[in-house]
Structure formats: C-alpha cells, structure tokens
Ligand binder design. Structure first.
Ligand SMILES: Cc1cc2nc3c(=O)[nH]c(=O)nc-3n(C[C@H](O)[C@H](O)[C@H](O)COP(=O)(O)O)c2cc1C
Length: 335
C-alpha cells in the first residue's frame, strides 16, 4: 500500500496526524520550536533529551525540560539514562508531565553521555538496553519508543540485531538515524539500513537523517518507513515542513520570515526568560535570515544588540510589513 505523508498513523494507541516528525535536538527543540513545527504540519514533535539521573537528583533545570504546553501534542519526551529503575521513574515523570510517547535515547554520540553508559553506548549493551525499555514500558501506559543509531563503528549493523530485541522488550516504534556513533554528524545516513530494519520488525520505523525534501521523504516511505523525521534542515526553516508535506515549493516573503522569527523570539523569551533566550536565539538569527533577502549585516547586528526588543525593532525596520502578521500569529497563539 502506498503511504501518504499527510496520512494519520499510530504509535500504540496514539494517533499521529501526519507522517512527518520533528527531530529531538538538544539546545534547539524548546517548546516554542515544537509548537511552531506542529503549526507547519509536523505530526509528532520531540523534546530535547532529558537526563534520567538529573530528574532523580531533583535538578530543576532538568525538570523544566519536561514542560509541555498546549499546541505541542502529540509529543514524545525523550529520556537518556543507563539504569532501568531510574529510566522507569523518568518515564513516569514524563508521562505525568503530558508526554504522549516516551522515547529512549540510544543515539547520543557525545563522550560525556556515553561515559555514563547512556546514549550510543547502549548500542553495545543490548541486554541492558532491553532491560531499560522493559522497565520503562512497564512503568507507563503511554507507548515507549527508542531512537537509535546504526552502531558505534562505521559499517556496524548493530541496529539490525538490536531493533527486533527492543521491539520484544516493549518498544512500540523505533527511530533509526543510520549513522555510526563515530561519524557524529559527518558522512551520510545509510537509509538502506532503515529499509532493512523496517522489513524486519512489525512496529513502525521512523527514518531520521539528512532528509531535506519531499522527494526523499516519499522515497523513504516507499522503502518501508512509517514516517520521516527532519532535524537540521528545518532549523530556522519551518516552511520546509509544509514543503515536504505538500510537495510544493514554499518561498516565504521577507515579512513572513521576520514575523515567524519575531513570534519565535517572543515565545522563547516567555519560556526561558529574557537572558537565557538571548543567548539561545543567537544561532537562530543566521538560520532564519538565509531566507527573505535581508541586508547582510543584519544577523551580526541582531547578535550584538543588548535586548530582545532592540532585536525585534531591527527586524521590523528591515521588514515593516511583518507587523500585521505578528499580530495575527500572537492572536492565534493566544487561542
Ligand atoms: C544540535 C543537535 C542536537 C541533537 N540532539 C539530539 C537529542 O537530544 N536526542 C536525539 O535523539 N537526537 C539528537 N540529535 C540527532 C537528531 O535528532 C537527528 O537524528 C540527526 O540530526 C539526523 O537528522 P538530520 O540530518 O535531519 O538533522 C541532535 C542533532 C543535532 C544536530
């Protein structure tokens, strides 16, 4: 049967309105980012990874990562950890916080995380990884999923062996980013592994890695993926999500780009507070201003100003037509 990106589907009993998911990205996937992606058609959005140990230790900052608001559902909250009981408790907290899906990270390649035995390190600990999934699946009634890489070393096929075991342990969907841990984000994702894994397990497999177009997305569905996940390509470019879904090129006007950015800045400021928002937003200016033909120096000026309201003023000077669009966005966000 030919799948359509705009079709709804399910993970366990959770209905997901499209086959396009927003990737978890630490330092990027805040609530405002997720809400915006839902508006542009992502059927399922992911939180940044949240430390099970941090939750156990009562860290307030860690706990804040579990915050979910209206306009984000359905949402997967992602946990990383290496101890079954601790991960199970984290899953309970995620469920209580409003997660529709609780996801386990088996992909993070960062040394600090791996040293704690979590993230990609679990790819080489299949028995422990399965115990963690089992403990989480027993602890919550929302579906538990796992996001994994292909393996540690380039060429590794660990995911093909591990995937069916994770499904038997209780995972109700898998997300595969078919790059090895050692590749970090270099080289390219080998989606032949995604197709192989999808053919092997009965649960849905979501493809993650290097997806930038509707054509690629549809090819992955044809190859057996239940859905596709977009990460870096959608940074500062939510229009790509509607482009992938509709198959029609989206070229936002300068006013639209400025309005989305201003609305995003306001929402991030409300979420993180002005000070944290300011440093968080710096990377987004460059990402957004790739579109809309803005003056070259604007990005630098935005990074250098001292307050977000000055940044907003600069954007509105560059794109005065954005003002009514921002009013509209604010009004629909308040609804
Ligand atoms: C800045 C950044 C942060 C990321 N953080 C996470 C994370 O917290 N959890 C996770 O499972 N994957 C994380 N990833 C991996 C992405 O979810 C995705 O699998 C990967 O970037 C490949 O997809 P892409 O080519 O569409 O970006 C991160 C990637 C980037 C670039």
């Amino acid at each position: 049967m030919e799948l359509d990106l705009r079709q709804s589907w399910k993970i366990g009993a959770v209905e997901i309105p499209s086959r396009l998911a927003l990737a978890p990205m630490a330092g990027v996937s805040v609530q405002a980012y997720r809400r915006q992606a839902r508006r542009f058609g992502a059927g399922l959005v992911w939180s940044e990874m949240v430390s099970a140990a941090g939750l156990e230790h009562g860290s307030r900052r860690t706990r804040d990562y579990l915050r979910v608001g209206s306009g984000e559902h359905p949402i997967a909250l992602q946990i990383f950890g290496s101890e079954p009981a601790q991960a199970a408790e984290a899953a309970r907290m995620a469920e209580a916080a409003g997660a529709d899906v609780v996801d386990l990270n088996l992909g993070c390649p960062v040394r600090k995380v791996m040293k704690s035995g979590a993230g990609s390190a679990l790819l080489e600990q299949p028995e422990l990884a399965c115990r963690i999934v089992e403990a989480m699946a027993t602890a919550v009634s929302t579906p538990v999923t796992v996001k994994l890489r292909s393996g540690i070393e380039p060429g590794s096929r660990a995911c093909i062996e591990l995937g069916p075991q994770l499904a038997s342990a209780g995972a109700q969907a898998l997300v595969l980013h078919p790059r090895a841990q050692r590749q970090m984000y270099g080289g390219s994702a080998d989606h032949s592994l995604t197709a192989e894994l999808a053919a092997l397990v009965e649960i849905p497999v979501i493809a993650s890695g290097d997806i930038r177009s509707g054509e690629q997305a549809r090819a992955l569905l044809d190859a057996g993926a239940a859905a596709v996940m977009v990460g870096r390509a959608a940074q500062g470019n939510p229009w790509l999500l509607s482009e992938i879904l509709s198959g029609e090129e989206q070229e936002p006007s300068q006013a639209e780009v400025a309005a989305e950015l201003v609305q995003f800045m306001r929402e991030v400021a409300r979420e993180l507070g002005e000070k944290r928002a300011q440093s968080f937003l710096k990377k987004f200016y460059g990402w957004y201003l790739r579109r809309g033909r803005f003056p070259r120096q604007l990005r630098r000026e935005l990074v250098e100003v001292l307050t977000l309201s000055s940044a907003e003023k600069l954007l509105l000077e560059a794109a005065p037509d954005a003002e009514p669009l921002i009013t509209e966005l604010e009004a629909s966000a308040a609804r």
